[in-house]
Write a protein that binds this ligand. Sequence first.
Ligand code: PXG
Length: 287
Amino acid sequence: MKVYLNGKFVDQKDAKISVFDHGLLYGDGAFEGIRSYNNLVFKLEEHIDRLYETMHTLLIECSLTKKQMIKAIVETLKQNKIKDGYIRVVVTRGVGDLGLDPQKCKGTSSVIIIADKITLYPKELYEKGLAIITVPTVRNHPEALNPELKSLNYLNNILAKIEANIAGFNEAIMLDATGVVAECTGDNIFIVKKGLLLTPSQGRLRGITREVVLDLARKSKMKTFEGAITRHEIYNADECFLTGTAAELIPVVNVDGRQIGNGKPGSVTKKMLKAFKEVTRKEGVKY
Ligand code: PXG
């Protein structure tokens, strides 16, 4: 495997960065997870825009322009001859001293692009649906570390994932600081109730898959709602599913021991999954 590292393609074994990089020392950086299907990078511009928005808020100056970044991503896929893949883009603040002051990072940001494969859950879970739980760790308060930022500091999500793992679950619901549902550790959450598609509007990452699903729903004339959602509403929904670039679209059939709907992936979920598969096969930046 060839990894893009600061303008060069290097072997996986040589893809190393400094121990003084603030991405490692402090999680001071931004990232994106992107998928390509059938030699098409899905929603590439949207991912790049979100990456640069995160960097803008963090005041990280990237050594690449958006155009150069897109070129580097496409080139990484080509170098590795990947047709269907998962791309991880990481930009750190770069090398500094042992203090956390970002002003001491005098050099340029570090840019890493890895093109690989990822399957988040076993195939049968996409057919049968997931059982998930709500965990005690709440999502970061937006005025502490806004969940809209896809930063390298993912400990909030990792703590929640650990709690899910200890309880024997793959994924978990995280509430926001006020107690309403925010999202899962690495996915957005949707419910369907009486034909209406609902998803939280606050305290969560504006997932690109989430936007795609909302768009597909609107195009099929389905009514959508983005707002506050409680656990009670989730327990009593007809259907539930999760979305994310890595997970794609996966049904949920049980939440905190409450069966959702008839305990099987619902018809809207299946319809969305089909529409999602079609759009990912057709749309994207060709390489
Ligand atoms: N919420 C959070 C907290 C995420 O990290 C999503 C929602 C979905 O967003 P997109 O834009 O991908 O639809 C994410 C992204 C993992 C893993 O191993 C998951 C993500 C990122 C990195 C790793 O589960 N999901």
